[in-house]
Design a protein around this ligand. Structure first.
Ligand SMILES: C[S@@+](CC[C@H](N)C(=O)[O-])C[C@H]1O[C@@H](n2cnc3c(N)ncnc32)[C@H](O)[C@@H]1O
Length: 239
C-alpha cells in the first residue's frame, strides 16, 4: 500500500473532485480515450452479456454500467464516492442497481458471471483487497476484466507533448501520481499480474490498445496508455 494514503482519503478526493459538469461530459461513453481505446476492448473481452450478471466495480458516473445494461446485462455498480453514485443513480436505467461501497469492504453479493473493474485499481491505495473482492464476487469460471493506466506509460500524453517522445525516470518503486482531481498510484505491471495469479485466476488475454493513427494523436498511436487484462477464476475440478 502507498504510504500515508488511505482508501478513505482517496475516495474523498474522487467525491469532491467530481463536478456535475465533468460527470455530464462523460455520461454517455466516458472521455475520448475511454470511447476510442478502452470501451471497445472491454466490450469485446466481456463478450455477449445478454442475461448475464455483471458487476461494474468502481463504476464512477455509471456510464459503462449503462452501456452494459443497454446490451442486456443485469448490472450492479459499486462506487464509494457519494457524488458519483448519486449521479449514476439519477441516470439509472432498468436492470442496474447501485451500491455505495469501498471495494475493499464489499458485502457478500450473489455471484456474478463477470466483473469489470475499469480504471479503478490504480486509484486505490490499498488495492489488493479490492482486487480480491472482485475475484471473490465471481462464480467459478467467471470472467474478471480490468483496465488500468498502463504502468509503463502513465503520463504519456503530457510527456510526449513536452518532449516529442516518452520519458520516465522511475518504474520499480510504488509512488503517487498527483492528478487534477484525484491521485493515481503507480505500481509495476508485475504487481497486478502476480496478484491475479495469486488469486487463482488464469489470464486469458492482455491488451495494450493503440489509437487509430487517423485521429492524429501520435503518442496514443505509437504507445499504449492503457493495460487491459481478462482473466477467469479457477473452476472446481470436474466442471
Ligand atoms: C478513473 S475513475 C473510473 C470510474 C469508472 N470505472 C469509469 O471508467 O468511468 C476511478 C474510480 O474509482 C473509484 N474508487 C476509488 N477508490 C475506490 C475504492 N476503494 N473502491 C471502489 N472504487 C473506488 C473512484 O471513486 C472513481 O469512481
Amino acid at each position: 500500500m502507498t504510504s500515508a494514503w488511505t482508501n478513505e482519503a482517496a475516495i474523498q478526493q474522487w467525491d469532491s473532485g467530481s463536478t456535475r459538469e465533468s460527470m455530464e461530459a462523460t455520461a454517455v461513453s466516458g472521455d475520448f480515450s475511454k470511447e476510442h481505446l478502452v470501451n471497445p476492448v472491454l466490450l469485446r473481452l466481456l463478450g455477449d452479456v445478454r442475461g448475464r450478471r455483471v458487476l461494474d466495480a468502481g463504476c464512477g458516473n455509471g456510464y459503462f454500467s449503462r452501456m452494459l445494461a443497454e446490451r442486456g446485462a443485469q448490472v450492479t455498480g459499486v462506487e464509494p464516492a457519494a457524488s458519483l453514485v448519486s449521479f449514476a443513480r439519477e441516470k439509472s436505467a432498468a436492470d442496474i442497481s447501485y451500491l455505495q461501497a469501498d471495494l475493499a469492504h464489499l458485502p457478500e453479493l450473489e455471484p456474478f458471471d463477470a466483473v469489470v473493474c475499469s480504471m479503478v485499481l490504480m486509484a486505490i491505495p490499498d488495492w489488493k483487497p479490492a482486487m480480491r473482492a472482485c475475484v471473490e464476487a465471481l462464480r467459478p469460471g467467471g470472467l474478471f476484466v480490468f483496465a488500468i493506466v498502463h504502468p509503463a506509460f502513465e503520463e504519456l500524453f503530457g510527456t510526449w507533448r513536452e518532449h516529442g517522445e516518452y520519458r520516465r525516470k522511475e518504474y520499480l518503486a510504488e509512488y503517487e501520481i498527483v492528478g487534477r482531481g484525484a491521485s493515481d498510484f503507480h505500481r509495476p505491471i508485475s504487481a497486478y499480474l502476480n496478484e491475479v495469479a495469486a488469486l487463482g485466476c488464469r489470464v486469458r488475454e492482455v491488451v495494450e490498445p493503440g489509437l487509430d493513427p487517423a485521429h492524429g494523436i501520435e503518442a496514443y498511436a505509437r504507445m499504449p496508455n492503457f493495460l487491459i487484462v481478462a482473466a477467469e477464476t479457477g473452476c472446481p475440478i470436474g466442471q
